[in-house]
Design a protein around this ligand. Structure first.
Ligand code: ATP
Ligand code: MG
Length: 226
């Protein structure tokens, strides 16, 4: 599903080596944490998967396709196949929960039964009854669940999350983690970047550890240890 071959990412302007010779593969259906201290390179790794940025050296492939060979016109298709959840969920404040989802669907070029697809995705995260609520009318945990629904509404085979529980209390974080686990059990590959020990220890899954841009550990049923 995801393959990194000797991937180095250097941000030229600041001479920052964000990733150094990183090598790993994530198979279809896996649930993987990417951990490491702040600045270790986690978000950079996700940005490479989404092709928001390109490696300085090495190859990033998704489903066998070398991303550096993708033409700009092929990027929307790639991004339709990858759901992304951010820590600061970035819901559109003037749109209801359901409209945030139909907006995302339209942005990926989907058409037909948008309302039904939005409702199905909200149902998946247990928030169909809040479909008409605006983000400000939802709790932080509910907002994050809407953000997850938005990432899933195009039915992507791969879900990336960057600190998905960053602003949430422990109980709500646990709910989000269970939700992501359910999504994974139904077949979606899930990759979570986090520096939260609580999250990684709460539910054991394969764990990759980055330190100063280097991949220093890759454990099957990790637990947090940097
Ligand atoms: N656009 C950029 N330009 C220059 N340097 C960057 C850029 N983005 C990130 N960096 C640097 O690259 C390194 C890795 O950053 P990255 O955001 O990948 O870390 P992270 O592990 O996600 O950290 P955090 O846990 O704080 O989110 C850091 O030193 C950061 O300052
Ligand atoms: Mg980050």
């Amino acid at each position: 599903m995801i393959e990194f071959k000797h991937v180095t990412k250097t941000y030229a302007r600041t001479h920052t080596h964000a990733l150094r010779n990183v090598d790993f593969a994530i198979g279809k259906g896996e649930f993987v944490y990417i951990t490491g201290h702040s600045g270790a390179g986690k978000s950079t790794l996700l940005a490479l998967v989404l092709r928001r940025t390109v490696p300085t050296e090495g190859v990033v492939s998704i489903a066998g396709q070398d991303l550096s060979r993708l033409r700009d016109g092929q990027l929307p298709l790639l991004r339709r196949r990858i759901g992304m959840v951010f820590q600061d969920h970035r819901l559109l404040p003037k749109l209801s929960a359901a409209d945030n989802l139909t907006f995302a669907l339209r942005a990926t070029g989907a058409h037909g039964q948008l309302e039904q697809k939005a409702l199905n995705a909200l149902r998946l995260v247990g928030l169909a009854h809040k479909r008409k609520a605006f983000p400000i009318e939802l709790s932080l945990g509910e907002q994050q669940r809407v953000a997850i629904a938005r990432a899933l509404v195009t039915n992507p085979p791969l879900l990336l999350c960057d600190e998905p529980t960053g602003n949430l209390d422990p109980d709500t974080s646990w709910e989000i983690l269970e939700l992501l686990n359910d999504v994974n059990i139904k077949g979606t590959t899930v990759v979570i970047a986090t520096h939260s020990r609580d999250l990684v220890d709460a539910m054991k899954h394969r764990t990759l550890v980055l330190r100063n841009g280097e991949l220093v550990r890759d454990d099957d049923r990790g637990g947090y240890s940097l």
